[in-house]
Write a protein that binds this ligand. Structure first.
Ligand SMILES: C[S@@+](CC[C@H](N)C(=O)[O-])C[C@H]1O[C@@H](n2cnc3c(N)ncnc32)[C@H](O)[C@@H]1O
Length: 233
């Protein structure tokens, strides 16, 4: 029986001040705080935000997740990590799993939450929303995302079909995960009709924000990166 509570806490996109008071309160009272690291990068952005919160007394534990194309690899680690969290919850510990941005938007938290629900239907799950990454990029450059009747579309940039459809159906498109796809997307844009904003590592020391296409093209592959495309007029 899992008697501890499970909290999914969004800690914002990286700037340590973009975490909510509610998230801070829950982090301070948690017995165990789990942060995600990937096999590809030992650095945890959410862990860095948690480090900046004063007054945390709970145990800290990193969980390794895979960001590979292999669905089996990813699910195996999600199941393994759900088991680790569940063993704490079954001891009555209140556990937090932190995520960058918002937990219910393109996040490992969603998979973890579903797995925990399957394993322990009685579990009390509480999700705390977080400031998402595209809001941080828009704010950093005073860019209005949408207004009046305009439509906003947020897509993970993997498939040319999804990218094209997004541009056809919205005035503003946020392309997340532009690690591999950034320059391909730029190639397809009509620069006379569209404005472009690129942001990487927002809120971190190496933050980069630009509207200059040549500068953007020269950037290396950056995992924490996104493009915002706005149609002119
Ligand atoms: C797994 S998704 C996480 C989205 C997150 N849950 C949110 O609400 O923003 C990861 C993608 O979010 C974007 N992202 C998240 N944090 C970012 C940051 N600090 N700087 C730039 N992009 C970021 C990037 O496009 C990255 O590839």
């Amino acid at each position: 029986m899992a008697t501890g509570k499970f909290y999914g806490v969004g800690v914002g996109p990286g700037d340590v001040e973009l975490i909510t008071l509610k998230a801070v309160r829950i982090l301070k009272t948690a017995d165990v705080i789990f942060t995600a690291v990937s096999r590809q990068s030992a650095r945890s952005v959410s862990g860095r935000v948690v480090d900046a919160v004063d007054g945390i007394t709970g145990k800290r534990q990193e969980l390794v997740f895979a960001m590979t194309k292999s669905w089996d690899d990813r699910m195996n680690l999600i199941r393994k990590n759900a088991g680790i969290i569940l063993s704490e919850l079954r001891q009555g510990k209140n556990c937090v799993f932190t995520t960058i941005g918002d937990p219910l938007t393109y996040s490992t938290y969603g998979y973890l939450m579903k797995e925990l629900q399957l394993l322990a239907a009685e579990l009390k799950i509480i999700t705390i929303p977080g400031v998402n990454s595209w809001s941080a990029l828009a704010a950093a450059s005073n860019t209005i995302l949408v207004e009046d009747k305009e439509r906003l579309c947020i897509v993970p940039s993997y498939s040319a079909v999804a990218e094209k459809a997004a541009l056809e159906h919205a005035e503003t498109v946020v392309f997340l995960k532009t690690y591999n796809s950034r320059n391909n997307i730029i190639d397809k844009l009509d620069c006379a009709d569209e404005e472009l904003l690129y942001g990487s590592n927002l809120g971190l020391d190496e933050q980069f924000i630009s509207t200059n296409i040549e500068q953007i093209r020269k950037r290396g592959k950056e995992y924490l990166s996104m493009l915002i495309v706005k149609k002119n007029g």
